[in-house]
Write a protein that binds this ligand. Sequence first.
Ligand code: AMP
Ligand code: ZN
Length: 311
Amino acid sequence: MPEFRAGSTAQVSYLDELVEAGLLTRTGVHGVYARGQAFERIRLAFDALVTRAAAPEAPEPLYFPPLLPREQLETSGYLGSFPHLAGTVFAFEGDEDDAAAQLELASRHEDWSGFQQMSDMVLLPAACYPLYPAVAQRGPLPEAGLTLDTGDSYVFRREPSSDPARMQIFHMREIVRVADRDTVIEWRREWRSRAEALLRSLGLELELDVAHDPFFGRTGRLLAAQQRDQELKWELLAPVAGEKPTAIASSNYHQDHFGLTYELQTAGGEPAHTGCMAFGEERVTLALLSAHGLEVSSWPEQVLEKLELEH
Ligand code: AMP
Ligand code: ZN
């Protein structure tokens, strides 16, 4: 079984309130919820706000489904860094006898994994991952590089929890820059203040922090320290439930990792550098509900206007 992270008392009771209000509906699996109308309205209004915020740089939309070719997960290094978070897709390839045996076990809720074969797909762990090999296929980048938009992409992380902010499947919206080193560094610097201003304009109490990913195992601790030291990741945190604020948006700088992995080159023939600005849409929604109340119609006028939400 994966490690289950029990939410704090405050987090668990916030989830109860959200369910009670019909904002989320439980499925029976921790971290997998159905979103009710009010929740989805807020999420989509925020998604549209990101679209408006990114519009001046006219990012190219490139929307992928929430499945990644397995080969890309194998090449990207994800299984080295986050084997505990990955989700894979298996499927049945047997004959009629196998199908009957599988059904027999499944109907008793026993282990039927012996009848499932690994497929050529895995679940998408981060919205920006499929973009790099896709643009590498086009040949060298244009002179100015590229700015891309993943849309509101579903991503999967195997981290079951009773904290409503820690989901196993959620929407990640990313704006992604692929260019030379200096351009990407400067772009991330600009987005730092832009993202902060955007979220502050929604009345959220924010903290900015240099962060690291939850790398696996002992070598993972080294990778996390390196990532922190080089400030490759920063996060914007806001109160959701409990004492500690939650990361609602983050930005990663991959240096030339994807450039080298996928032979993604700048116009000048150098390995491209990449960086991304990611918004966790469910977490932003949860932070807004926590800051302004579960009833959208009573939110501050200025926040509703910013989100173009009618009363
Ligand atoms: P990351 O790639 O881990 O930096 O994730 C990007 C953004 O997705 C974070 O800033 C969060 O807002 C959001 N996020 C990450 N993990 C989860 C999760 N388990 N549940 C909900 N949102 C998440
Ligand atoms: Zn990304």
